[in-house]
Design a protein around this ligand. Structure first.
Ligand code: AP5
Length: 223
C-alpha cells in the first residue's frame, strides 16, 4: 500500500505515520526527518536546507525531489507512507511521474484537518527525543519523567523551528504552497479527510478505519 499523509504543520502527521507504518508494515518516509538527519550529519544538502528550515520556508523543490526520489527508490517495491512530502504541486507531479515509470500509483491520500489555534499550541509544546526521534507534548502527550524519553531514556529537546514566530511562517507557507496539493490529489485520487482536532487515539481510529477499507478494496480489485 502506498499512502500520502497530508496536513498542516503540527496536524499530527509524524505521530500518526509511525502507527500507520507499524500496523500495515509500511516504510515511513518523513521529508522533515530526513532533512534533520542531513543537517545533523553536516552534509551539503543539510547545509543548503538549514536557512529555509529555520525561517519556516520550504526547501527548494529540486533538492527535495532528488532526496525523496532516492529514498523511495531505495525501497524497491515495498509499500510506504509519505509524511511531509509532497508539499508543492510540482513535487506531487514529480512523484506521480517517478512512480508511473514502474507502473505504480498512490493508493490513497489521507488529509488531516486541524484548526490554526490548535496547531500553535501543539507545535510550541512539542518535544522530541534527540536520540530516537519519539515525539511528545508537554501537555497532551507527556513522558513519564519530564524531559526524558520513555522509549530509550534520551533527552527531550525542542526543534529550532518550533517557535511561535516560525510556526506562523510555516502555516502561511502551508496555505500558499501545500493546500493546493490537496486539490491536486482530489482530481485523480481519493482523498480521505480526517478531523485531526480530536485526541490522538480518536484520530488514529479514524485513519485505521479508512485504511482498513482501502486494503479491503485493493484485495477485492486484485482478486
Ligand atoms: P516537517 O518536519 O515535515 O514539519 P511540518 O510539516 O511542519 O510538520 P511537523 O513535523 O511540525 O508536524 P506533524 O504534523 O508531524 O505533527 P506531530 O505529529 O509532530 O518539516 C520541517 C521543515 O522541513 C519545513 O518547514 C521545510 O522547511 C522543510 N521541509 C520538509 N519537507 C519538505 C518538502 N516536502 N518540501 C520543502 N521543504 C520541506 O505533532 C505535533 C505535536 O502535537 C506533538 O507534540 C504531538 O505530540 C502533538 N499531537 C499530535 N497529534 C495530537 C492530537 N491529536 N492531539 C493532541 N496533541 C497531538
Amino acid at each position: 500500500m502506498r499512502i500520502v499523509l497530508l496536513g498542516a504543520p503540527g496536524a499530527g502527521k509524524g505521530t500518526q505515520c509511525k502507527k500507520i507504518a507499524e500496523k500495515y508494515g509500511l516504510a515511513h518516509l518523513s521529508s522533515g526527518d530526513i532533512l534533520r538527519q542531513e543537517r545533523a550529519a553536516g552534509s551539503e544538502l543539510g547545509k543548503k536546507a538549514q536557512s529555509y528550515m529555520d525561517s519556516g520556508a520550504l526547501v527548494p523543490d529540486e533538492l527535495i525531489v532528488e532526496m525523496m526520489s532516492a529514498a523511495i527508490k531505495g525501497l524497491s517495491n515495498g509499500g510506504f507512507v509519505l509524511d511531509g512530502f509532497p508539499r508543492t504541486v510540482n513535487q506531487a507531479e514529480h512523484l506521480d511521474k517517478a512512480l508511473s515509470k514502474d507502473g505504480r500509483t498512490i493508493d490513497g491520500v489521507v488529509n488531516l484537518k486541524v484548526s490554526d489555534n490548535v496547531i500553535i499550541k501543539r507545535i510550541t509544546g512539542r518535544r522530541s527525543c534527540g536520540k530516537c526521534g519519539a515525539v511528545y507534548h508537554i501537555e497532551n502527550m507527556k513522558p513519564k519523567t519530564a524531559g526524558i524519553c520513555d522509549k530509550c531514556g534520551g533527552k527531550l529537546v525542542q526543534r529550532t523551528d518550533d517557535t511561535e514566530k516560525v510556526v506562523k511562517n510555516r502555516l502561511e507557507n502551508y496555505y500558499l504552497q501545500t493546500a493546493p496539493v490537496v486539490d491536486y490529489y482530489r482530481k485523480n485520487n481519493t482523498v480521505y479527510d480526517i478531523n485531526a482536532d480530536k485526541s490522538p487515539d480518536e484520530v488514529i481510529a479514524g485513519i485505521f478505519k479508512t485504511l482498513d477499507g482501502l486494503c479491503g478494496l485493493k484485495m477485492k480489485n486484485a482478486g
